[in-house]
Structures are given as structure tokens and as C-alpha cells.
Design a protein around this ligand. Structure first.
Ligand code: FMN
Length: 338
């Protein structure tokens, strides 16, 4: 299956909510939440994408020839590329009922597994929004990272236990969903968490815990203090707060503060292998991608997800050759031009 075919098929299925634009940059869909856009003016999503375009790559091919290694090790597992599918919840509502959360997760987890990477799964107001994706993780021998909303502590801890029982290698929590009043209106309040709350949650499990939705140096230091395995530098794809900086803008200072002491993931507007290269150069260990993975899952199921992953993986490889890098550790800050 060609990637162009994946995009065309997706367009037919999701066109009411997502136009599958040539550049997935948040302009056409701005303000559409529910839907696929960024909140309010859409500026947080738009800026995420725009600021990545502003980073340029330094070309240098005067280096000995040797094999290019794009692999990364996390939670004791080796992945082919430093790229992961971000959690996308309530796909029926946000994209199209052509897939429900179960079928969607099957496409994401199956395709990621075949391409040698891993996908994060979502959570929501109904138990099934967490349980069905988790069932897919179990059916794939634990190949998936459940992402839990910042519910009350007891519920988070119970959901982490379920993740352990189903063989997940790690869990994540989208702490930046703390302000989602829609969930409270539906009778399931979420809320902010103190360092003490997070310590209690993190120490309830042996699984590595990733905190998703950190946008400041101070926030990263607090996550480290709480014992997190890693953070996702993320503004939830611009869906939780209007007028944030772009994730690529805040990444370098966060990396300066905590790199090497915890894993740093980043997401928001990353689309291509060149974008992944830029993220790693500016301090990320790995990148999460949201909307393009959703389009790939609608357009081609697990195969679409695999095709997209391999496409951006090859782009990363090509970029590494052109910038004189043999492995991810070679992708240092001096490889980009700001
Ligand atoms: C429709 C939609 C639903 C999402 N649902 C969730 C979710 O349930 N949990 C979560 O942690 N993040 C969720 N996100 C945010 C993504 O995980 C990710 O942070 C964001 O999409 C990254 O930006 P990108 O789409 O520009 O790559 C959602 C994003 C979209 C577009």
C-alpha cells in the first residue's frame, strides 16, 4: 500500500472532521474540539507546527561511511525508530465512527508492532475507553503503553494495576488533561496533582511512569522529583490550552535541566523524519506523533500505520546521512541551525 493511497482512503472516511490537509498544521481545523483541531484560536497547535519549520538542518557529509542506526532502547526493549504513536481517544467522536476505539487501537498497536515501534493507548469517561484498548495491548503480548487521565488517585492506581496485569511495559498519565471540565460535567472529574500525589502514584507500581504534558523547566524538575521515568514535553496537540509556546521552543531548556536523569519525549506538530531529527537534536530522546497516525489508521488500518512509520523512519535515516550522524547519539544540537 502506498502512503498516498492511505491518505486518499482516510480522506473519504474522515472528511467531515479532518480534511487530511497536505500540511497537517492546525489551520483548517482551528478551534474544532471535539474534532481534530486546537482549542480556541488554535494557536497552540499552529505554533507547534510552525516553529518546527523554522528549525533548519546543517548538511555535512564529510564523515566516514558506516551503517546508520536509528534504534533506541527504552523499558528494556529495543525499538527500530525513536517514534511512537501518541494516545488518541474518542476517535468515533473526533474523527469518524468508521472506527471505534477498539478497532482504532488494533490498527495502531498492530501497525506499530510490525514496524518495530510502540503505540500509546487512551482513556476516557467510560471504563470501556480504557479497558478495550488495554485488551488489545494484552492480545499483543503487552505491546502498548496505556495512558491514564488524571482521575482521583485511587482510580489511577487501580488502572495502573490493570495495565500491569495486562503486560504493559510502562504507563503514562496525561497530567495536562487536568482542566478538562467536559469530563467533570460527565461525572468523572480530573484534577491537578501535587508532587506528593505523583510520588504515591508512581511508587504504587514497578512499571516506569511517563508524565505527559510538561511545558516548563520547573514542571520537568517536579516530575523528576516525583520519580517519573520520563516526561512528554507536550501541550496535548494544542487541545487543552490556547496560546502556549510551541513544544519545540521549550524543549531545549527542559533538556538542559533534566536530560540523562529521565527520558524526554516530545510531541506536537511533528510529521516527518526531518522533524524527528530536529526534536532529537534539540534534546528529545524520542518523539510521539498524534494526528498523522490517526489518519494512517483510518486510511489503511495496521498496514497504513506500518507504511507511515516506515516512511518517516526512512526519512530520518536519510536525514542522518545528510547531517553526518551514524546513530541517535550523534544527533547533537550543532546539527541544527536556529
Ligand atoms: C483527536 C485527539 C484526541 C486525543 N486524545 C488524547 C487522549 O485521550 N489522551 C492523551 O494523552 N492525548 C490525547 N491527544 C493528544 C495526543 O496524544 C498528542 O499529544 C497530540 O496529538 C500531539 O500533537 P500532533 O497531533 O500534532 O502530533 C489527542 C489528540 C487528538 C488530536
Amino acid at each position: 500500500m502506498e502512503y498516498s493511497e492511505v491518505l486518499n482512503r482516510a480522506r473519504e472516511l474522515v472528511h467531515e472532521k479532518c480534511k487530511v490537509c497536505k500540511e497537517c498544521n492546525g489551520v483548517v481545523c482551528k478551534g474544532q474540539v471535539p474534532g481534530v483541531g486546537g482549542k480556541g484560536s488554535g494557536s497552540s497547535f499552529i505554533r507547534n507546527w510552525q516553529k518546527i519549520q523554522d528549525v533548519k538542518i546543517n548538511l555535512d557529509t564529510i564523515i566516514e561511511e558506516s551503517p546508520i542506526d536509528t534504534s533506541i532502547e527504552l523499558f528494556g526493549q529495543k525499538f527500530t525508530y525513536p517514534v511512537f504513536a501518541a494516545p488518541i481517544g474518542a476517535v468515533g467522536l473526533n474523527y469518524s465512527p468508521a472506527l471505534d476505539d477498539f478497532e482504532y487501537t488494533k490498527a495502531i498497536i498492530g501497525g506499530c508492532k510490525e514496524a518495530g515501534v510502540i503505540g500509546f493507548t487512551g482513556d476516557g469517561v467510560k471504563d470501556e475507553f480504557y479497558d478495550l484498548p488495554l485488551q488489545v495491548v494484552k492480545e499483543n503480548n503487552g505491546h502498548g503503553i496505556p495512558t491514564i487521565k488524571p482521575w482521583k488517585k485511587e482510580e489511577i492506581i487501580a488502572k495502573i494495576k490493570k495495565a500491569e496485569e495486562n503486560g504493559a511495559p510502562a504507563v503514562a498519565m496525561d497530567i495536562d488533561a487536568a482542566g478538562l471540565v467536559t469530563l467533570a460535567l460527565l461525572g468523572k472529574p480530573v484534577g491537578t496533582k501535587s508532587i506528593e500525589d505523583l510520588k504515591e502514584i508512581i511508587s504504587s507500581t514497578k512499571l516506569p511512569v511517563i508524565l505527559k504534558g510538561v511545558m516548563t523547566v520547573e514542571g520537568a524538575k517536579k516530575a523528576l522529583k516525583a520519580g517519573a521515568y520520563g516526561i512528554v514535553v507536550s501541550n496535548h496537540g494544542g487541545r487543552v490550552l490556547d496560546h502556549t509556546p510551541a513544544t519545540i521552543e521549550v524543549l531545549p531548556a527542559i533538556a538542559d535541566a533534566v536530560k540523562g536523569r529521565m527520558k524526554i519525549f516530545v510531541d506536537g506538530g511533528f510529521r516527518t523524519g526531518l522533524d524527528i531529527f530536529k526534536a532529537i537534536a534539540l534534546g528529545a530522546d524520542a518523539v510521539l506523533i498524534g494526528r498523522p497516525y490517526a489518519v494512517a489508521a483510518y486510511g489503511g488500518g495496521a498496514e497504513g500505520v506500518k507504511v507511515y512509520t516506515e516512511k518517516i523512519g526512512n526519512e530520518l535515516k536519510e536525514t542522518m546521512i545528510m547531517a553526518g550522524c551514524h546513530n541517535l547519539a550523534d544527533i547533537k544540537r550543532d546539527r541544527v541551525f536556529l
